[in-house]
Design a protein around this ligand. Sequence first.
Ligand SMILES: *Cc1c(COP(=O)(O)O)cnc(C)c1O
Length: 302
Amino acid sequence: MKIPCIKIPITEIPLEKNARLFLKREDLIHPQISGNKYWKLFYNINQYLAKNPENPFLITFGGAFSNHIAAVAALGRESNIPTLGIIRGDELQQKWAENPTLKTAHQNGMEFRFVTREAYRNKPLLSQIFEKEFPGALIIPEGGTNDNAVNGIQYMLSEQTKSFDYLCTAVGTGGTVAGLSRFAEENQQVLGFKVVDDSSVEDTVFKLSKRNNFKLFEAHDGGYGKISDKNIRFINDFKGKYQIQLDPVYTGKMMRHLFNMIASDYFPPGSKILAFHTGGLQGIFGANELLKKQKRELIKIG
Ligand SMILES: *Cc1c(COP(=O)(O)O)cnc(C)c1O
């Protein structure tokens, strides 16, 4: 994997407030690879390829709408590495082609194994089984978070990001926010917006970053992947106003909570806030299919 040559723009989101908000468009790195997922895979895959230049093989885990599955499949395609996705839910065996994430991953060459939700919970056992079946494969954890992943996040920071007081990101497994915390400047505060209802994330982040410069906020709207009407309306309004697409699982939830904090004057006057658009846009297609079935308002695209 190479460092992409594109320069990631930082755009101001104009506010009628005495704090300034900017968005760093990591979503522009690649249409199917969420910005942060690219950097989380960067050292993991490069180290693996350096040791195993012959017959590399990537195995990873995920749910049916997973940005991580989409990212690994797309990277496999670009780097000419075969990939296998261990997918949660054996009921998908017959109907995976109806799922936009899995369909695109398959077009990118990913093969699947579908496992029951129960079997899926026991990752150590699953890893053992697949290690035996595919000796020499790289098994990437769900969500891709490990020490190498946290190190890769340093590429989301640059000379330009040093002038900001706050660095904000959506939080799933915590690898991305841990990376921002690890590599932030002394005077910068890192704010993470949790889209999972999981109280163990704080500990995970601290273990990975070993710094006290971060704060986490609940932004899950009732659970991981739960899409509220408020969330949909916010994403559609945001698109109308700023012409920037947010996703319903991560960045939409982060921005809505961030807007609420700005409105209630959480930030001191004059603060410069940088939020990372970590991508996840491939997930909109799957979300819209569910919303259509539920006869609800859809997320506007295009
Ligand atoms: C995975 C993901 C995150 C969260 O990253 P973690 O390192 O798991 O906390 C944020 N935004 C998007 C779009 C993602 O796909």
